[in-house]
Design a protein around this ligand. Structure first.
Ligand code: ADP
Ligand code: ZN
Length: 440
């Protein structure tokens, strides 16, 4: 049940659009984006040509299925500018996220892209009860990561008073929340849990000392149990927000106070669910891999981007009045990407670091756990016979070297555990390199 009773919609004309009309709009925008990609991005032109397609073959949303897919590896191969579809002078922003190996993936935005992204987030903020009266604390990291600036721009568009805290420093976060009278907190759900627990440990009764009404939490998977716990700790409505750098950032989809699925901003992106093996589109209600086509982006539009996130779409009407389909919580991935403290981590990135360190063998195991609501990553790696007979300080040096190199590639500190040669279990076929002990 929602604690807040007043329900607002930021852009009724768009968010409550008749679905037939929406389809028309999507088809029109799809035609334009396909044309744009064909003319400006060699990779897309070549892929369409290989399928015997010209832009004129894509007339409506039903023709989406003929278009080629885009994968994260395409962003890596085309890094940094190969997928940009606007001239350099029109790009006003770069954001980035971790790629599958050492290089990040980057996305370019035109001024209009930033405007549209802010619009998507403004809808999410409004759905959480945010107005120009609200005080909004943004605790997502600022920088290349889309979380901080994404929520910041959306909250600013609504006219709220924004506190750009960025991540970390729990005591300061809680102090500002109380002193400034924060109404809406934006951060990862696991950090929200940690903040809430710390608040209670400090003996703070939120009813007496805080002005909190809602939270907008995303960037990593969470559960209904976590929602309940966070809602009790802060006495708020805790809402989910979804997004990815390749498509825009947070705000691709957002929850309303009904709390049963996130409305996808369908006037800006078209979602599909496909069977990850046959790659065939599946009807609403089926579980499968989520795929997005951006239909308003100029800087770096994406045709059928495979998110590898597993979920379902629901097109039945929502009591809030919005007509956009709702995506369910993400229940898993079709690849081996881990999300640790909100950061995407691929085992291949870690491997790319380890193979370049003298003294260790490319046999490793990743152990992930959640301690005090904070994700911990331990990298267990075998040392070579020579390194194994080295001095203690030699081993310490090796540990530090791996730690620093890993941090510069994945952007996270990990605990490094050097283990004796031949102690990591060898497997036939696909190696099992991940032990995830987090109980979500
Ligand atoms: P973000 O800033 O949203 O983390 P990234 O591009 O770094 O963007 O990562 C995108 C990935 O993060 C998604 O593909 C998905 O796996 C995960 N993610 C983002 N939001 C959510 C959410 N609300 N629930 C579950 N997973 C999420
Ligand atoms: Zn709704």
């Amino acid at each position: 049940m929602a604690r807040q009773t007043e329900r607002r919609i930021w852009n009724k004309a768009a968010e409550c659009m008749d679905r037939e009309q929406l389809r028309e709009l999507q088809s029109e925008r799809l035609r334009a984006v396909v044309q744009r990609e064909y003319e400006n991005v060699p990779m897309y032109r070549e892929r369409m040509q290989a399928k015997g397609l010209t832009p004129f073959d894509i007339r409506t949303v039903d023709d989406l299925r003929y278009l080629p897919f885009t994968e994260k590896t395409d962003l890596r191969d085309q890094y940094p500018y190969g997928l940009f579809a606007a001239p350099r002078q029109e790009i006003v922003r770069i954001q980035g996220s971790s790629g599958t190996t050492g290089k990040p993936i980057v996305a370019g935005y035109t001024a209009r892209d930033i405007e549209n992204w802010s619009e998507m987030v403004a809808r999410a903020v409004t759905a959480a009860g945010g107005t120009n009266e609200s005080i909004i604390q943004v605790t997502y990291g600022y920088g290349l990561f889309t979380g901080g600036l994404g929520l910041h721009q959306g909250a600013s568009k609504v006219g709220a008073q924004v506190i750009p805290m960025s991540s970390g420093n729990t005591a300061r976060q809680l102090m500002m929340m109380e002193d400034l009278g924060t109404n809406i907190l934006c951060c990862t759900p696991s950090y929200a849990l940690f903040l809430g627990e710390t608040l209670r440990e400090n003996g703070v009764n939120p009813k007496e000392r805080l002005q909190m009404k809602a939270g907008i939490f995303g960037a990593e998977p969470w559960t209904e149990e976590m929602r309940q716990r966070i809602e009790e700790l802060f006495e708020i409505d805790a809402l989910d927000i979804y997004g990815l750098t390749e498509i825009a950032g947070p705000g691709v989809a957002f929850e309303c106070l009904e709390k049963h699925g996130m409305h996808v901003n369908e006037d800006h992106v078209i979602p599909e669910i496909i069977d990850p093996v046959t790659e065939e589109p599946l009807p609403y209600g089926s579980k499968g891999e989520l795929v997005f086509t951006t239909i308003t982006k100029e800087g770096m539009p994406m045709l059928r981007y495979r998110t590898h996130d597993i979920c379902q779409l629901d097109a039945t009407p929502c009591a809030c009045g919005r007509t956009f389909v709702r995506m369910a919580r993400i229940t898993g991935r079709t690849d081996d990407m881990l999300i640790i403290r909100g950061v995407n981590v691929f085992p291949s990135q870690i491997e790319s670091v380890l193979v370049n360190v003298k003294g260790v063998a490319p046999h490793y195991m990743l152990v992930v756990d959640r301690v005090n609501a904070t994700d911990q990553l331990e990298v267990q790696v075998e040392v070579t016979e020579e390194a194994f007979s080295d001095t203690v300080s030699g081993m310490e040096r090796l540990t530090r070297e791996i730690q620093e190199k890993l941090k510069s590639v994945i952007g996270l500190s990990a605990r490094i555990k050097l283990v004796a040669p031949k102690t990591i279990p060898r497997s036939e076929g696909k190696a099992k390199r991940i032990v995830d002990n987090r109980k979500l």
